[in-house]
Design a protein around this ligand. Sequence first.
Ligand code: PEP
Ligand code: MN
Length: 262
Amino acid sequence: KANRKFHPDDSIINVGGALIGGGHFAVMAGPCSVETPEQVLETAKACKEAGATILRGGAFKPRTSPYSFQGMGPEGLELLELAKKETGLPIVSEVMDISQLQYFDNVDMLQIGARNMQNFTLLKEVGKMKKPILLKRGLSATYEEWLMAAEYIMSEGNEQIVLCERGIRTFEPKTRNTLDVTAIAMMHELSHLPIIMDPSHAAGMSRMVRPLSLASVGGGADGLMIEVHNNPAKALCDGPQALRPDQFNSLMKEVQALHNAL
Ligand code: PEP
Ligand code: MN
């Protein structure tokens, strides 16, 4: 069902009014984790003003260490909904487990994180839902494995999927991950599903977000996911890769100019 052969036209995914794919460009921006009402509201307003089309924010966090901040849980989703009411931006947030799905009624798009890309039970469950799914590429997933994960969701009836390349594990230790720009052209060839790029989790460093974003737009991506925090130094998660609102604002101007020039 994800195969371009049987569906030649680009799929266009509607996330609470924000369109992705078939020429529609989306920017999902916001903090790695929802932390406080002030943090999420201030960041959300700045993202909206800069031109983001969807607000991101994690409430359930897949942290490498069990001793790191695990996210606010259901309360975090409530704060995200508050930010949606304030800004009008649709929201996307990660669901790590089926037991958490009960809290996602008012979330516009469900994110399946890299670590859960092959959690087939979770994939089938979100496949029964009527909400768009953001399917991140697994840490070391091949294109085939990634598309098969999409297929798990689609086989249950949900065909509203956006792929997200967020960097893969390579032999290079200087960056958190290696952003695979080839994935854009390859996925557009193999599939009709839109693909967005997440330079924040690929680089792990805020100063690399701009060049990787521009490479992604130039490479034909259908959108970007960028971590933005009102105070990156104080972030409880992924601070080093977060852009300040002013940095995000100038990047958005360049992104829009480049996209319009294509
Ligand atoms: C995230 O988006 O904050 C996240 C945890 O992403 P990934 O699953 O790509 O690591
Ligand atoms: Mn993050």
